[in-house]
Write a protein that binds this ligand. Structure first.
Ligand code: SF4
Ligand code: SF4
Length: 456
């Protein structure tokens, strides 16, 4: 039996006698129980082969790099429809470029990040931010509304998406609510049919019932909340400014959110290193017991990175990270939780950094317009200064460095099975600073394969 684990919208083109070749971006993965999973990073399709007769037929088909299309063979039809096999004459480099054109260049969402404060109510031991008392003032919020107006008039965007970022954005909750109220009114009065969504990257401590109710009523409905696993690890690595505990308040806030019928999503981000990794099992069990049936929650995990803080706990090397990443996917699956690393991050274009997207702009409290959320003070990062009427003089030199890097010129990217996921634009900052990406393409490929094998 063939089970399509993920849906996509590709239609089948039937050309009898056409020769097909195995895609560069196809993964054929044998599970420990003998089942097969096939995955295409070009289409995002994940298909499970669980019946012996189907597995044997699949093995027979994939032993050759080239096959003939047969519309009466349901496996071949599926493999072609989901881009595991492509026409033998197809240029897959151009297919990837088409993906980029369709999904990134012609994207009609105006996507903005507002850095509303540089201050934070927590002091994470590995944080690299400076925690300055700088926050966005009313005239900057107004200028951003004017910027949105201008962009909608001149660029044909059909939707607006806002992400609030910091520091801790909820320290500016009142201003965020006022901004969203003004944005909503402006769109309703001037741009019939143009909608907006909003969300934030938050530590969750101030996402109290009162704040959540107000925010969600203004369509602020996606939240990435960072939790360093259980209370006894989190309260060490993510204490309040006064050294107090933050874990229980964050969990209580999430419990309130999930007790409502509101439409929202929480990506529960777990940051880990070797110390924290041991308590991941306990944490995912906890989340499963308390929130399992709530499909609005999904898990994302990431290793703790060196952000230049001298108190950063021991960080993992690439191989340790690989082993743990794959194991964690299995733990999440065993606890019947949804795993963003396995699902969302294996879809085409999902790993393209927003800094490279022509429709993405970051604003800070000094009215700087930027591309990357890592180095706010870098000169390369600033593409202009916002004026009160919402216009800005674009620094074309800087803008083009972020947006127009040519991934097809990189031999490494062309040989990487993750190319349709990141299009060579996984971290433009690294390319700008060093000239190339430092990826190990074998490790990347093994990680994708391992996570899929363990999760599906
Ligand atoms: S080598 Fe790195 S940047 Fe290039 S496609 Fe692979 S993951 Fe992306
Ligand atoms: S360019 Fe690199 S550092 Fe900057 S936001 Fe993107 S991934 Fe992060």
């Amino acid at each position: 039996m063939i089970t399509s684990v993920q849906e996509d919208t590709i239609s089948i083109v039937s050309i009898i006698g056409t020769k097909l070749k195995k895609s560069k971006y196809a993964f054929f993965i044998e599970k420990d129980n003998g089942e097969y999973i096939v995955y295409s990073s070009l289409s995002g399709a994940v298909i499970l082969f669980s019946e012996e007769s189907y597995i044997n037929r699949l093995k027979n088909i994939i032993k050759d790099d080239e096959i003939f299309y047969d519309e009466n063979d349901d496996i071949i039809v599926t493999l072609k429809a989901k881009k595991l096999f492509v026409d033998s004459t197809a240029d897959e480099d151009l297919m990837v470029r088409t993906l980029y054109e369709e999904n990134i260049v012609r994207n009609n969402v105006l996507d903005l990040m507002l850095v509303v404060t540089k201050q934070c109510n927590l002091r994470c031991t590995y944080c690299g931010q400076s925690h300055e008392n700088k926050r966005m003032e009313a005239d900057t919020y107004d200028s951003i509304i004017n910027f949105i107006q201008n962009q909608l008039k001149t660029h044909g965007y059909r939707k607006v998406q806002i992400t609030f970022f910091g520091g801790e954005p909820l320290m500016e909750c009142k201003n965020i609510i006022l901004f969203l109220t003004n944005l909503k009114e402006m769109l309703l009065s001037e741009f019939d049919g143009i909608e907006y969504t909003a969300g934030m990257s938050t530590n969750g401590y101030l996402l109290t019932p009162k704040n959540f109710d107000a925010l969600v009523s203004l369509n602020c409905n996606f939240y990435q909340i960072s939790v360093d696993v259980m209370d006894y690890t989190h309260d060490n690595t993510r204490p309040l400014v006064n050294g107090g505990r933050s874990w229980q308040q964050i969990i209580d806030n999430i419990k309130y959110m999930t007790s409502t019928n509101e439409k929202f999503s929480i990506t529960l981000r777990t940051n880990f290193n070797i110390d924290v990794a041991e308590s991941l099992i306990e944490f995912y069990k906890y989340v499963s017991e308390h929130f399992k049936s709530d499909k609005r929650i999904n898990i994302y995990y990431e290793t703790i990175k060196d952000q230049g803080n001298e108190n950063t706990p021991i960080i993992l090397n690439e191989t340790e990270e690989l082993v743990l990443d794959i194991d964690i996917a299995k733990i999440i699956k065993d606890n019947e939780l949804s795993c963003s690393n396995a699902v969302n991050r294996n879809m085409p274009c999902s790993r393209v950094c927003y800094a490279s997207k022509p429709n993405y702009f970051i604003f800070d409290e000094e009215k700087k317009i930027m591309k990357c959320s890592f180095e706010f003070d870098s000169e390369n990062n600033c593409i202009g200064l916002l004026k009160s009427d919402g216009t800005f003089n674009i620094n074309e030199g800087n803008y083009s460095k972020w947006v127009y890097s040519d991934y097809l010129s990189s031999e490494k990217c062309k040989n990487c099975k993750a190319l349709p996921l990141c299009l060579g634009k996984r971290c433009p900052r690294t390319i700008i600073n060093t000239g190339s990406m430092d990826c190990n393409i074998d490790i990347i490929s093994n990680e994708i394969e391992g996570i899929i094998k363990n999760y599906y």
